[in-house]
Ligand binder design. Sequence first.
Ligand code: AMP
Ligand code: MG
Length: 350
Amino acid sequence: MSHSRSFWSLLVILTIGAIVLFAYFGKQLSGEPALVKIDNFQLGTLIEIQAWDNSLTETEVKAAIQGAFGAISDVENTMSWNLPGSAVSRINEAAGIEPVEVAHSVIAVLSTAREVSELSGGAFDVTIGSVLRLWGFSTPGPKAPPSPADLAEALDRLDYTAVELTATAPTVYLRHVGMQMDLGGIAKGFAIDRASEKLKEAGVSNFIVNAGGDMFVSGNRNNGTSWRIGVRDPLGGDSLLCKLLISGCAVVTSGNYERFFDYNGKRYHHIINPKTGYPSVGCSSVTIITSRAEFADAVATAVFVLGPERGLDLIERLEGVEGLIVSSGDERRLPSSGFGQFLHGGSLDE
Ligand code: AMP
Ligand code: MG
């Protein structure tokens, strides 16, 4: 009797053990390495990192992702204009007074910014800060367009050629009193690149660093197929503009729906034309695909400001850059000549 009871007890224990083991190693048995997904709120948006690697344990992948979030924090602490003590705050406070010592990363971002300013004839301009503060997109409370007199005064202080970079020191100097730098059009892309480098340094080869729809994509999904990326339709809703199959590159979108306010029945959004001081007209969204998120971010903003025709021209002139512009009003979709290679199904209607 007692023998048969211990037999049944043993059988129950073994069965439970087998179930637990199967649940634990099930993924590996099915040939699918575990995909680790962690979310974090940074840079004013939800950052989602998904990663996996055959040569690493789940714990190692998690640690690598935390390292990537750390890199994003570093960028945020350095490049936010509204964080006291950040490099950008210090540069703005010393405008017209003296050069400010900064980390090499600031010089790197400002060099890319300068390059995109020159490529776009000043459509991209990080000295847009004085104008942006008047619009107050990122401050709480009711909003209204600034007065033409205030805008004219702020526009006087807008000049990317008056940003002096000394790479050897390294220092940054804004030449005129009242100039204000704002890296909102490029810092997120730079942070995505830094996070991606951290993951690669930790040996992770398959991942997506997704910062609110802007991302870097590496390797494949854990089932061996390509990562599929949905690009949001600027008209809103759940519908997608297109689905992309990409790897080893960044996808960044600038849209008029990201930050805006309505005043007297008119919508005012956060991408400003440096020539007028007003929100840029002509595009609803611009999606750029290229190897670095930092460059993609700046080019997306620049193309948005240039408008559909001149914007498409710029994309076509840049090697290794493809893009999709949605024009405002008629919502026409204008892909660059090589954009189709990234489209899931090969055409925009898929
Ligand atoms: P994005 O979503 O990358 O197009 O960036 C938009 C952000 O870039 C805005 O919220 C501003 O912080 C900044 N920005 C707006 N207009 C410009 C401009 N013409 N050049 C550079 N940065 C800009
Ligand atoms: Mg941008």
